[in-house]
Design a protein around this ligand. Structure first.
Ligand code: UDP
Length: 239
């Protein structure tokens, strides 16, 4: 049963890290595919204006609330999404569980060398991790990509090509792949490889990543105006 609510026409899952992890690994064992997309206020606003994007996001099996703005919107409309699930944190949870349940992962995306470095970091932290393979996100021949992933027998595929490119690719190719879990993870390989820094833990735990960004990169303030606009829209639509 889908456990979701809709914000400006976009589905958002009500799962927690634990409930989601449990369903995903059951799906692996029962050979069911799961497609996970992260949604934040920026993406919801884009999807609100763009029906094709909305449809793409809504065809995923799980839309995780990546951003405190999504929780505020849920509260404003009387919903019950109360915890964030960020793309990179979910990825790390899945990696840890993959080690426990002996499932394998494949990293596809980012510039040449990045997925490799990211995988080395993961292997350093989890020496028993079953790494099925890596591939950069700039290979032109799609058949080559499909073959490499299928031959690797990966259970979990992380796709890091930015949104919505990664989601389009997953939707287009999921039926050709013998993978169970597909997660679009944006710039996460760059973060794991150490090319991009995340906000310090204090900011992350308190949901203040946006404040850290604003302090670190003040020129982004314009982009941050998207959040109050988004919340106003949610309030207006409620009426
Ligand atoms: N990327 C890719 N193939 C492409 C275009 C982009 O693999 O054809 C990668 C790029 O190298 C970067 C990631 O996609 O690692 C983009 O991440 P970004 O932070 O822009 O994504 P977001 O999280 O904002 O969706």
């Amino acid at each position: 049963m889908p456990n979701k609510e809709t914000i400006l026409g976009v589905n958002v899952s009500r799962e927690t890290y634990d409930s989601l992890k449990q369903q995903l690994f059951t799906n692996i064992n029962e050979k069911r595919q799961s497609f996970i997309v992260a949604v934040n206020p920026e993406k919801i606003m884009k999807a609100y204006r763009d029906p094709a994007l909305r449809e793409l996001i809504n065809t995923a099996d799980y839309q995780i609330p990546d951003g405190v703005g999504v929780l505020i919107a849920s509260k404003l409309q009387g919903g019950s999404i109360s915890n964030r699930i960020t793309g990179i944190d979910l990825m790390m949870e899945l990696v840890q569980e993959a080690v426990v349940q002996e499932k394998s992962i494949f990293l596809y995306g980012a510039k040449p060398g990045v997925a490799e470095t990211a995988s080395k970091e993961l292997m350093r932290e989890y020496p028993n991790l079953k790494l099925a393979g890596v591939m950069n996100g700039y290979v032109k021949d799609n058949a080559e990509i499909i073959d490499a992933i299928n031959q690797s027998n990966a259970d979990i595929l992380f796709v890091a090509m930015g949104s919505p490119r990664q989601e389009e690719w997953i939707r287009e190719n999921r039926t050709k792949l013998n993978v169970s879990i597909f997660q679009g993870v944006g710039g996460s390989f760059d973060v794991l490889a150490g090319n991009i820094k995340r906000a310090p833990a204090l900011f992350r735990k308190t949901g203040l990543e946006w404040l850290y960004r604003l302090l670190a990169e003040p020129w982004r303030w314009k982009r941050q105006l998207a959040l109050p606009k988004f919340l106003m829209k949610v309030i207006k639509e409620k009426k």
